[in-house]
Design a protein around this ligand. Structure first.
Ligand SMILES: Cc1ncc(C[n+]2csc(CCOP(=O)(O)OP(=O)(O)O)c2C)c(N)n1
Ligand SMILES: [Mg+2]
Length: 218
């Protein structure tokens, strides 16, 4: 077969231009999902190429699964289709213990972070210098949005009352930071990476648009 095919000697035109164009179009579509895109890209800017990003079932995480730029193998860790809420923060502690010399960032929603926030004690006790970002919207945001969109605007049991995260960090003995814009988040991460200490960064993101509708995939 190889001989026969060689005689046929077909040459295919390179498709790199077509692929570059496709990538550009998809990136533009993803960037239209704000503010999730701005926050995710701010994290990407502050995280070195070999830094490790641990995702979660939270709004910026859904965007990240679609469009977060990943430059090296095993630097993007997610619960995948298991979708286990609460996975991000504790997983990031294990990742940081395995890779103490590389920055490790987890993103969490205020709902999911509450599942395992007791691990702040583990972080402090063992001096695990991971960076935990908590995006707060005072809700199990995904659940609230599904209720609003599919149940005539009626919501039940999806609102959350948040603690003061700076006080929470202080109470557990980890560094606390606050950032309410993508630019401030980038600066906060850069400062945390330089400081190299266990860190909690609270980000009041508020309610955000349905990413799948904007992306046109659902
Ligand atoms: C263990 C587990 N419990 C419940 C769910 C269902 N669930 C998926 S997303 C979500 C809300 C998450 O809220 P939050 O962590 O605050 O993220 P947000 O959507 O607000 O960014 C829930 C309850 C799940 N995926 N896994
Ligand atoms: Mg939330």
């Amino acid at each position: 077969m190889a001989d026969l095919l060689q005689r046929d000697g077909r040459e295919r035109p390179a498709r790199s231009t077509e692929l570059e164009e496709l990538k550009r179009r998809l990136a533009a579509r993803a960037r239209a999902v704000g503010p999730q895109a701005e926050y995710a890209l701010a994290i990407r800017e502050a995280l070195p190429d070999d830094g490790i990003f641990v995702s979660e079932m939270t709004q910026v995480g859904y965007w990240a699964n679609f469009a977060f730029p990943v430059y090296e193998p095993r630097t993007y860790i997610t619960p995948g289709y298991q979708g286990t809420l609460g996975y991000g923060f504790p997983t990031s502690l294990g990742v940081k213990v395995a890779h103490p010399d590389r920055p490790v960032i987890s993103i969490n929603g205020d709902g999911g972070f509450g599942f395992c926030l007791n691990e702040l004690a583990t972080m402090a006790l063992h001096g695990i210098a991971a960076i935990a970002i908590v995006f707060t919207d005072d809700a199990f945001g995904n659940v609230r949005r599904i209720q609003q969109e599919q149940f005539g605007g009626r919501t039940i049991a999806s609102d959350l009352l948040n603690p003061d995260y700076l006080k929470l960090a202080e109470a557990f003995g980890v560094a606390g930071r606050h950032a309410d814009t993508p630019e401030k988040l980038r600066a906060a991460i850069e400062g945390s990476v330089r400081a190299g200490e266990p860190t909690l960064i609270a980000v009041p993101i508020g309610q955000v648009p349905n990413p799948w509708t904007v992306l046109g995939v659902r």
